[in-house]
Design a protein around this ligand. Structure first.
Ligand code: DUC
Ligand code: ZN
Ligand code: ZN
Length: 467
């Protein structure tokens, strides 16, 4: 087994920062000790490989708990496969993803899960797990939830949006929550009132309001906060914990904060696009706004302050990407003349760690909070801790050596995601991934990609460890 020593860096976890050396034995972290001691000098003599991290951060690999590789949507598929998407994730310092397997209406959960295993097996560059999207809650799928929790698919996404596709009504949602309260599963909610949104879509199109910016206008903030409120009340009635995905509106944050102030087990994530982009992007001319169409939608820039505050106060616990890329040419273009036909989703899996480091530089969050919201809490929330999300003896050696001073400019010219535009084209970032280890293997070293398709392993997950 290869013994690797990462020497002289500042090790940052959610809990502490220390100048320490990290000894990796094979695929796991063997030990962490203060740099420059007799102990670490002995380690150095016995190491097969030494990575010099002087002046650099040594952080856990990122855990992105919300991706959609090859997701079918609006008659097309998200453009990143498990192969290209996980490789791009590795480039950006993310070493674990949790993707969403999908149940289609009229089919069993098992069928959807099998299909996601078939798409991903032997193709991933980094480790991966699955959530399950419930699109057809009935007696059979409710029973299947128990088996899935037992085999490591311990979280279930429900949609209050997209009637006729993924949508569940309040009765179905309540039943799924009741089931989860018994089997330990965590319900993840896409909280938007899709029935009301569809009325507003129809009215907008009838009035000739067809540009991408109307996607943001019809998916009203109040329809996000109303659904968030309703989801919280249903979870209370069911006695189940709740995790609200991709929160974008200030009013939705207020609903979550109110629930948490009551001591309810309500958790939530937001995404980099809501922290760094806004409706100004959706309004870009010449149909360019289509690049920013995702749901929940981008909000006016004023909402960003509430999201940052929520991240600081722990009313929001996680930042995930909701990575769901569609090329501008040929995919986003499906919605020219009708914004409702633009496939919903944005690329992001490669840039989450960097954008959140930029938030450290900008003073929005501390370094440890960066690691907490991007690595440790997603791992705990979805039953992967302490194997993932931290640097500690026994943990998988998913480690990023990060240069906090390096400068980079984000661009489609240089990114590795399989998509023809960058949502952050031209954005300057301070900080950059230097070296990435996935289970002890160096997969990225400076400008070199050393990873391997199929190195990534499927991760059966425990139930939520954040309760
Ligand atoms: N939102 C998106 O933007 N894309 C995929 C699914 C979703 O809920
Ligand atoms: Zn969603
Ligand atoms: Zn999503």
């Amino acid at each position: 087994m290869t013994r690797t020593l990462i020497q002289g860096g500042l090790v940052i976890t959610a809990g502490e920062e220390l100048s320490a050396d990290v000894l990796v034995d094979g695929e796991r972290v063997a030990a962490v000790a203060a740099s420059g001691t007799e102990v670490t000098e002995t380690w150095a003599r016995g190491a097969d490989r030494i990575i010099d991290a002087t002046g650099l951060y040594v952080i856990p690999g990122g855990v992105d708990a919300h991706t959609h590789m090859e997701m079918p949507f609006g008659g097309t598929f998200a453009s990143d496969t498990f192969e290209t998407g996980t490789r791009a994730a590795a480039w950006g310092g993310t070493t674990t993803i949790v993707d969403f397997a999908i149940q289609t209406v009229g089919h069993a959960l098992r069928e959807g899960l099998d299909a996601w295993h078939a798409k991903s097996e032997g193709r991933c560059a980094i480790d991966y797990g699955f959530h399950m999207i419930l699109s057809d809650v009935d007696e059979h799928s409710l029973k299947e939830m128990d088996a899935l929790v037992d085999e490591g698919v311990s979280s279930f996404k429900l949609f209050m949006a997209y009637p006729g596709v993924f949508y569940s009504d309040d009765g179905q949602i309540l039943r799924a929550m009741q089931r989860a309260s018994g089997n330990g599963g965590l319900i993840m909610m896409h909280a938007e009132n899709g029935i009301a949104i569809d009325v507003l879509v129809e009215q907008a199109l009838a009035e000739g309001r067809t540009d991408p910016r109307y996607h943001g206008e019809v998916r009203r903030e109040l329809l996000e906060s109303e659904a968030t409120h309703r989801a919280i009340q249903l979870a209370r009635v069911a006695g189940a914990p709740l995790y609200v995905v991709h929160v974008s509106a200030e009013q939705a944050v207020q609903e979550i904060t109110g629930a948490r102030d009551l001591g309810l087990p309500v958790f939530a994530e937001t995404c980099p696009q809501y922290l760094f982009l806004s409706t100004d992007n959706l309004a870009e001319p010449d149909f360019e706004g289509a690049k920013y169409v995702c749901s929940t939608p981008l909000r006016p820039v004023e909402h960003q302050a509430a999201l940052w505050r929520g991240l600081r106060t722990n009313d929001l616990q996680v930042v995930s990407t909701d990575h769901c890329p569609f090329c501008f040419t040929g995919q986003k273009e499906l919605g020219r003349g009708d914004f409702s036909k633009i496939p919903n989703g944005m690329p992001g899996v490669e840039h989450r760690m960097d954008l959140l480091h930029q938030a450290v530089v900008d003073g929005h969050i501390s370094r440890r909070r960066w690691i907490e919201i991007a690595c440790a809490t997603p791992a705990r929330m979805f039953g992967l801790y302490p194997r993932k999300g931290t640097i500690a003896p026994g943990a998988d050696a998913d480690i990023v050596v990060y240069d906090p001073e390096a400068r980079q400019t984000l661009s489609a010219e240089t990114h590795h995601m399989n998509v023809d535009y960058s949502a952050y084209e031209g954005k300057r970032i301070t900080g950059r991934v230097r070296t990435v280890l996935s289970r002890g293997h160096v997969v990225v070293d400076g400008d070199a990609y050393l990873g391997r398709t199929g190195h990534g392993r499927y991760l059966p997950r425990a139930t939520c460890q954040y309760l």
